[in-house]
Design a protein around this ligand. Structure first.
Ligand code: ADP
Ligand code: MG
Length: 204
């Protein structure tokens, strides 16, 4: 993910790749949410990303900031649950901060602002067994100039690291100590999305 490749990335390909991975892993995400939530996360995310995929051409025709804002709005309208507004906020805030042709520094800064927006929306922070526990390390990896493959690795390990954590936000927090020993579904979703983005950019 060099500064050179960023502006050449095919937004349509990114939309298709992220939607396809969420759809392919919907049952796994649901199973994770069945363990520590209400079992709707896979379906929520599948519904939202399928809606985005349906309009991939229209989104991809927009400049990157507008596309991300429109995708975020679509996710808020379609995902539902606690995660809908949070994933929606992530994309909307990213769209607000990113340039039309971002370099690494702009991407990292915009991603940082987007995470802050999610944290504000969720009244949450990293360490509470949520999607933020993957977003945060990914942001750090971006700041450190890590490659797409390394960022995928960081995201996967960050999702794994939610297993021993105790949930302090969202439905899983109702379980208290019984939330320990299961991966956070939202964290897994972010890791899947990051891998799809990284593979699409690398394969470019
Ligand atoms: P719901 O919890 O309403 O059923 P989902 O199952 O779709 O919604 O999403 C659950 C995921 O949302 C969790 O795994 C977690 O990652 C994320 N989440 C929930 N509440 C918060 C919060 N306050 N801050 C950050 N992420 C959260
Ligand atoms: Mg749920």
């Amino acid at each position: 993910m060099s500064a050179e490749t960023m502006d050449k990335v095919d937004l349509r390909a990114l939309i298709i790749a992220t939607a396809d991975t969420i759809v392919a892993h919907a049952e796994e995400l649901t199973a994770l949410d069945q363990a520590i939530g209400d079992g709707d996360h896979g379906l929520n995310m599948k519904r939202g990303f399928e809606a985005v995929r349906t309009e991939a051409d229209a989104f991809a025709a927009k400049p990157l900031p507008e596309a991300l804002k429109a995708i975020g709005t679509k996710l808020v309208m379609t995902v539902g649950g606690a995660s809908g507004p949070l994933f929606g906020t992530l994309f909307m805030a990213l769209g607000k901060e990113i340039s039309a042709e971002p370099d690494r520094a702009n991407l990292a800064a915009a991603f940082g602002k987007a995470i802050e927006a999610v944290a504000a929306r969720g009244k949450s922070q990293a360490g509470q067994k949520t999607m933020l526990d993957v977003l945060q390390p990914v942001h750090e990896a971006l700041l450190q100039g890590k490659t797409a493959a390394e960022i995928t690795d960081v995201a996967g390990r960050a999702a794994d690291a939610t297993v021993p954590m105790k949930a302090l936000r969202g439905r899983a927090s109702f379980l208290g100590d019984r939330s320990i020993g299961h991966m956070d579904p939202g964290a897994r979703s972010v890791a899947l999305l990051m891998r799809a983005v990284a593979e699409t950019i690398e394969g470019h």
